[in-house]
Write a protein that binds this ligand. Structure first.
Ligand SMILES: [Zn+2]
Length: 307
């Protein structure tokens, strides 16, 4: 939908690798289409005793530079595709476009601050859910950007945004993870009901929603000291069900609980929440290296991209 407001954020670290991706794609495009290869490109190719077709040299050179795991696999599949007949050019072209996407190797996190505009969400004595959601979301954006992630904030101010629109934007950007931020309310008399709940849709195990929800939940309970009320499997939450990427929805506390309302409205507590959610996301992508920032992860260093 053309009227939808889209924001695609990057960061310094991301842009740096984005440039690598760009050069890579030019080389591939030149090779695959059999275009004239510039002297600089030939010069950049590794010396080899065997004569190699120019375009393959360039791809091989890139393969050497980007040794590690997945990227090398991608290159090898590109080379195989290139070796096949011209009739198979279309999937290769698609792949080139994929590689061309700036900063493509950095996961894109869609942050959904619940409610907004005429839809306040739940309300406490003073605080309104829509405002607190947005404040936490912007804090989370900061934390994730610092860690090297790309971030897509679905609502950046106090405005109404339909659930379908949120899902459509995240899906169209092919976000890698979707986290929706909300607060809870308890309608009964007991004002002490409080704590954090995290929801996900477990129907499609391939989406890995449960693992994301568990990690985000666990880390946020840890970072805030709040009561963990559990991780809940449900098909009833539109944004968690209709998104195509791993998704969860975190209820960060109860606005019906005066103590929690005070905390939720404070910048310090919002930072703790954001920190926990960010750490959960970090663990989702790097289960074995808990406190290493994304850009400094070992695979990144071995790929030579962390200069
Ligand atoms: Zn809500």
């Amino acid at each position: 939908m053309g009227t939808l407001k889209r924001k695609h954020k990057g960061n310094k670290r991301g842009r740096r690798t984005g440039r690598t991706g760009f050069c890579f794609s030019i080389a591939l495009t030149a090779g695959i289409l059999g275009m004239a290869v510039s002297q600089t490109m030939v010069w950049a190719a590794p010396k080899s005793e065997k004569p190699i077709e120019k375009s393959n040299m360039i791809i091989a050179d890139q393969a050497a530079e980007l040794q590690a795991g997945q990227e090398a696999e991608e290159i090898s599949s590109l080379m195989q595709a290139k070796e096949s007949e011209a009739g198979r050019q279309s999937p290769v072209q698609n792949k080139v476009e994929e590689v061309e996407t700036e900063e493509a190797e950095y996961p894109l996190i869609a942050i959904d601050p619940g409610h907004g505009g005429v839809d306040s969400g739940c309300v406490g004595k003073k605080a309104e859910e829509k405002d607190v959601n947005l404040q936490i979301a912007l804090e989370l954006e900061k934390k994730l950007t610092e860690k090297g992630y790309r971030v897509l904030v679905l609502r950046e101010k106090d405005e109404f945004q339909g659930l379908m629109d949120r899902v459509e934007i995240a899906n169209s950007y092919q976000a890698d993870v979707y986290v929706s931020i909300h607060q809870n309310t308890y309608e009964g008399k007991d004002k002490t009901v409080g704590g954090i709940e995290t929801w996900y849709d477990g129907a499609d195990a391939a989406r890995d929603n449960q693992r994301l929800a568990l990690l985000v939940h666990r880390e946020t309970v840890k970072s805030t000291g709040a009561r963990g009320r559990g991780v809940i499997d449900s098909k009833d939450l539109y944004v968690a069900s209709k998104t195509l990427m791993p998704a969860c929805l975190i209820e960060t506390g109860f606005l019906s609980n005066p103590q929690e309302e005070k905390l939720l409205a404070s910048a310090d507590y919002q930072k703790k929440l954001a920190e926990g959610i960010a750490r959960g996301i970090e663990l989702y992508f790097h289960p074995g290296i808990m406190y290493v920032p994304f850009a400094e992860a070992p695979w990144k260093m071995s790929a030579g991209a962390n200069m």
